[in-house]
Design a protein around this ligand. Sequence first.
Ligand SMILES: C[S@@+](CC[C@H](N)C(=O)[O-])C[C@H]1O[C@@H](n2cnc3c(N)ncnc32)[C@H](O)[C@@H]1O
Length: 398
Amino acid sequence: MSEPEEVIRLAAKGDGVTASGRHVPLSAPGDLVLADGTTQPGPHRVVPPCRHFGRCGGCQLQHCDEDALADFVTGRVVHAARSQGLEPETVAPVHLSPPRSRRRATLHAVNGGARAVVGFSEGGSHRLVDIRECHVLAPELFALVEPMRAWLSQRRDRYAAQIDLTLADQGIDCAIRNIKVEGLHQVESLLDFCRDQKLARLMLDQGFGPEAFWEPEPVTITLGNVPVPLPPGAFLQATPDGEQALVGAVREWLGGAGQVADLFSGLGTFAFALAGPAQVLAAEAGRDAVLACKAAALRARAPVEAVHRDLFRNPLRPDELARFDLVVLDPPRAGTRSQVEQLAQSQVPRIAYVSCNPSSWARDCALLAERGYRLADLRPVGQFRWSTHVELASLFVR
Ligand SMILES: C[S@@+](CC[C@H](N)C(=O)[O-])C[C@H]1O[C@@H](n2cnc3c(N)ncnc32)[C@H](O)[C@@H]1O
């Protein structure tokens, strides 16, 4: 009979892995895998707080304690760096977002017969889990689920709707796709729903593109004390504390920088946090986001110049980069090879690269290292608590 094997780490997709390389789903580091294939829980195994865990695709790691979660996030980030030959000079303690802090989420809904089914997809399937509790959503967002279920349950038609929720300054910004609202009765019932739930906005896409159905006052999100108009669907960091962890790191790295470029700036999460001590150029390809950033900067008299630019096809060149003391980069998951190629040829003294994908970040940054930049500081961030999604902020200097 073979000896029990210990689970020594979590793989990128969340399975436990033993020293011999065996993958064991839903196990935690320190668990023992017995000869009959069962696992004996170790010191890092906890009882998952949510009844839906294991079926709901939203969380993969609720069975792990805080230490195991922290090691997982840090390990992913440090391992990605080392796999490209990058050795961080310092690695800060990880920031993990607390339970019930997620301020945005996409739910799905279908007609389940007597009652609507509203929730997240099951892991690896299109089937829905009808959520009765959720330990990641902000309480305000979860509080909308049952009223939404009740409203949808009045319908008799077949539908497969998508519901995007974001917590904005004025309350919940909700966008529903693939629902038809026809006739006076349905329109009035949806207006009552918006009023009763005190929604900040309801965008409705009935197959012809999103239209504002309800928006009693303009919706904003406050970034660095500046209220910024929130275009429907615009990017926002997933949790306010995660945003603070990323912004806080970049603010520390500002030093005495007078001129900053914020590339892939979105609505200006970093730009507004750095503006004041610094003049900031904010470059972004999403037109609505640029216009929102521009309007907010004008109104707040913040020293932020927002420019509309596709940084994949038209990255800032070394001559344009020459005037900046610090360049902040926060690209989409694929990373930004073309912009990094230009940065690698520049004389910019400090680069703060924020990423939601350690693999593409490490590939991009290997090029910076080849051209003489050092990885001076690395901050792992776990905004998507209990998921395998990992983020980071990093400082490169020359
Ligand atoms: C991860 S988000 C970061 C946004 C912002 N820094 C924040 O923290 O809120 C990436 C941003 O890159 C923008 N983006 C995607 N492709 C782009 C491109 N080719 N050029 C410029 N911006 C782009 C997206 O619209 C999005 O706002």
